[in-house]
Design a protein around this ligand. Structure first.
Ligand code: MN
Length: 235
């Protein structure tokens, strides 16, 4: 009996992200995201920038792989009239654990990638106003574009790397990962206190200031120094 006969409906494939310098891929388990983790972005969203970290999730299959040197197509999602980009450093977890101390966080990291936390801002805002979950604003199909993952040892000093996003060749976001309110190790400490991290988890660590809308036809180019950049067109 083949394995395809072991399920009562067709099973779906594991979401996989290419890894720089490897023929094998990184399997995606969960996608965690950190909210308002750069002070200038927290302020542009109307907050002080001095709050404990908080988290939300996207489905694993919301990851949209953007291969090296390729312009990926990002479908404009349904139900929104305010589709926002958020350029983010993504941390790929290689070794799981719970209650991981910040001092031990590095050994749980497989690598890093450039990602976008795409957001239906109007729907997120409506949910915020009503005190309802953000899922419809954050966890929709194709909401987590990601470039190939660079293993940590080859990624350079991502903690102090420039991060940027351009739309149609113009700068919209430009900051530095060193501006994170909760750095990578602190984020892993806090996140692993709430969930047991697993190999294959991705953490979208938050976005610097300058978030804004894109429309069909717009070209987004984003990057972080030392990592593979990504390029997408909204279709
Ligand atoms: Mn975000």
């Amino acid at each position: 009996m083949s394995s395809s006969e072991s399920f009562v409906i067709p099973a779906w494939p594991i979401t996989r992200v290419p890894v720089v310098g490897h023929s094998a891929d990184f399997p995606v388990h969960r996608i965690y995201c950190v909210g308002r983790n750069y002070e200038d972005h927290a302020k542009e969203m109307g907050f002080t920038g001095r709050e404990p970290p908080f988290f939300f999730m996207k489905p694993a299959d919301a990851a949209l792989v953007v291969n090296t040197g390729v312009t990926a197509s990002l479908p404009y999602p349904s139900l929104t009239r305010n589709f926002h980009y958020e350029i983010e450093l993504v941390v790929a977890i290689g070794k799981g654990g719970k209650n991981i101390a910040a001092a031990d966080a590095q050994q749980h990291i497989y690598g890093y990638a450039v990602g976008l936390d795409m957001t239906r801002r109007d729907l997120q805002g409506e949910m915020k106003k009503q005190g309802r979950p953000w899922c419809i604003g954050k966890g929709f199909d194709f909401s987590a574009p990601i470039a190939p993952i660079t293993p940590a040892a080859q990624a350079g000093d991502v903690e102090h790397a420039e991060i940027y996003l351009q739309v149609n060749g113009q700068d919209r976001q430009r900051g530095n990962v060193s501006q994170l309110i909760w750095n990578i190790a602190e984020t892993i400490e806090q996140l692993s206190a709430a969930w047991e991290l697993q190999p294959g988890d991705l953490i979208y660590t938050g976005t610097p200031a300058g978030v804004g809308p894109v429309v069909v036809g717009d070209l987004m180019q984003g990057g972080i120094a030392g990592l593979t950049p990504l390029q997408l067109r909204v279709v």
